[in-house]
Ligand binder design. Structure first.
Ligand code: HEM
Length: 145
C-alpha cells in the first residue's frame, strides 16, 4: 500500500465525518436507489443510519495503518455482516454509493481530485476485499453445518 494513499485518506476523512448528516443522506439515498432490497436490513431510524456511515468510515480510518493484517482486523466485523443478512453482492453498490458521496462532500471542501479518488479506492478496496473473503468463508461454513 502506498504511503501517499494512506496520507490522502487520513487528510480527508475528517471532513466527511464533520459533514456526517449530509454525507449519510447522500450515501443512503444512492445506495437504496441501487439496492432497494437492502433497505429492510437496516433499522428504520434514519439518524442511526448516518451514525452507521460514520462508523463505517471510522473503521476504514482506524484500519488504514493495519492493512498488513487486515483480515484479522476485520474478522469480527465481517462475521457480524453475515449475521445481519448482508449478501456480498451488495458491496458493489455500496462502493458506488460510497465513492459518489465522497466526491460530493470532498468537492464542496475543495479536497477532491484524481489522487484523492485513487487513494480512497485503493484503501477501500483492500479493506472490503478482506471483508468479502471472510464473509464468503463464513457463509460456506454455515452451509456445511
Ligand atoms: C466498507 C464496508 C463496510 C463497513 C466498513 C461497514 C461497517 C459497519 C459498522 C461499523 C457497523 C456497525 C455495527 C457493527 O460494528 O457490527 C455496520 C452495520 C451494518 N452494516 Fe455495514 N459496513 C460495510 C458494508 C456494508 C454493506 C455492503 C452492507 C449491505 C447492506 C452493510 C450493512 C450493514 C447492516 C445491515 C448493519 C446493521 C445495521 C442496523 O443494525 O441497522 N454494511 N456496518
Amino acid at each position: 500500500m502506498l504511503e501517499s494513499h494512506i496520507k490522502l485518506v487520513k487528510d480527508t476523512w475528517f471532513n466527511v465525518v464533520c459533514h456526517a448528516t449530509e454525507a449519510g443522506g447522500i450515501f443512503y439515498e444512492k445506495f437504496f436507489e441501487l439496492e432497494p432490497n437492502a433497505r429492510a436490513l437496516f433499522k428504520e431510524d434514519i439518524q442511526q443510519q448516518k451514525h452507521k456511515l460514520v462508523m463505517a468510515i471510522s473503521v476504514i480510518f482506524t484500519k488504514v495503518h493495519k492493512l498488513d493484517h487486515i483480515e484479522e482486523e476485520v474478522k469480527f466485523l465481517a462475521k457480524r455482516h453475515v449475521h445481519y443478512g448482508v449478501d456480498v453482492a451488495f458491496f458493489r453498490s455500496f462502493r458506488t454509493a460510497f465513492l459518489s458521496m465522497l466526491q460530493i462532500i470532498l468537492s464542496e471542501q475543495n479536497q477532491w481530485n484524481r489522487e484523492v479518488e485513487t487513494a480512497w479506492e485503493s484503501i477501500y478496496d483492500t479493506i472490503t476485499q478482506a471483508i468479502i473473503k471472510i464473509m464468503q468463508a463464513e457463509q460456506l461454513a454455515k452451509v456445511k453445518k
